[in-house]
Design a protein around this ligand. Structure first.
Ligand SMILES: [Zn+2]
Ligand SMILES: [Zn+2]
Ligand SMILES: [Zn+2]
Ligand SMILES: [Zn+2]
Length: 305
């Protein structure tokens, strides 16, 4: 009989993985009183180490069994359906998911409902799954560091282009206001450091006179917004406009130092430690190596173990 080798599944109510006092997800260490009531490490000092259920001291003895349970659970990223294979430690999902490279982005084409990772949206757009909203002459397929001409009507609001080397989509948007026009370039991507950092430069020329705008970091957006931008835009005053047409030269630059963020291995770890932020990596959780099953969710959100 080899049934012992096969992982068995069961249902674990997520509530048992939260501190019964503050209801926050447990993190290690977990404490218990002599009667076995649990409390998280931040609740113990707030309770002056007195168990709220039985008044016995709490905060000195750890509940190793519960800590082992916690260590043995890994949760798929919520973007697993979009290609993320990262397994997360219970309670730390949001740390990764805030900057997950696979966070869903929407196709910027009007009335297209396609959603996927930024790379999927790029492939979707590039393969012309829907009729291309721009004529062939206006298909902006560009490289970082090279300037290109953009011709658009202010009322067009939106021009879409591809950074083909980075496999990313970018947008150029115009917003008509009573005093002029805002122009902003954005990139369709989540704000993950792995996507890289970009900036852009717009040169608008009229009657032989040029206005140049150099942006700070280019904004990454997961979907196109038609709200007037609050920052990182160029403002062209009415006095510099001739009718509806906007002709500009745009250059999108990639900041070189971010390339190293894509390198995996010890160098990356050193950098992460050097910039003052704590980034957890999988090898620091030995419990995960012992994992013999793959948790999945039941329909009501419970973990199947
Ligand atoms: Zn607590
Ligand atoms: Zn107690
Ligand atoms: Zn992820
Ligand atoms: Zn689309």
């Amino acid at each position: 009989m080899d049934t012992e080798d096969k992982p068995r599944t069961g249902i674990l109510n997520l509530d048992v993985l939260s501190c019964p006092i503050c209801v926050e997800p447990f993190t290690i260490p977990i404490f218990q009183c002599d009667n076995g009531h649990l409390a998280c490490s931040s609740c113990c000092p707030k309770l002056r180490n007195k168990c709220p259920s039985c008044s016995w001291p709490v905060g000195h003895s750890r509940c190793r069994a519960m800590e082992t349970v916690l260590e043995s659970i890994s949760i798929p990223c919520q973007n697993a359906g979009f290609g993320c294979t990262t397994k997360l430690i219970y309670g730390e999902e949001s740390t990764h998911e805030k900057t997950c490279t696979f966070s869903p982005c929407s196709c910027p084409v009007k009335d297209c409902n396609y959603t996927g990772s930024c790379k999927d949206v790029y492939v979707h757009y590039k393969n012309l799954i829907h009729p291309n909203p721009q004529s062939t002459s206006q298909r902006y397929r560009v490289r970082c560091g090279e300037s290109f001409s953009v011709k658009m009507n202010i009322s067009d609001n939106l021009v879409i282009g591809t950074l083909y080397k980075e496999r990313l989509l970018f947008t150029v948007q115009s917003f008509r206001k009573s005093y002029g026009v805002y122009v902003i370039v954005s990139c369709i991507a989540p704000s993950s450091p792995k996507v890289g950092k970009f900036s852009y430069c717009i040169t608008y020329t009229i009657d032989g006179h040029s206005i140049t705008y150099k942006s700070p970091e280019l904004k990454k957006i997961q979907r196109v917004s038609f709200h007037t931008p609050q920052e990182n835009y160029m403002l062209i005053a009415n006095s510099s406009l001739h009718g509806e047409s906007l002709e500009m030269r745009i250059c999108i630059k990639k900041e070189k130092r971010d390339k190293t963020n894509d390198i995996k291995g010890p160098h990356q770890k050193r950098r992460a430690e050097g910039d003052g932020t704590i980034r957890r990596t999988a090898p620091s959780t030995p419990g995960l190596r012992k994992l013999s099953y793959r948790p999945s969710y039941s329909d009501d959100g419970q973990i199947l173990i």
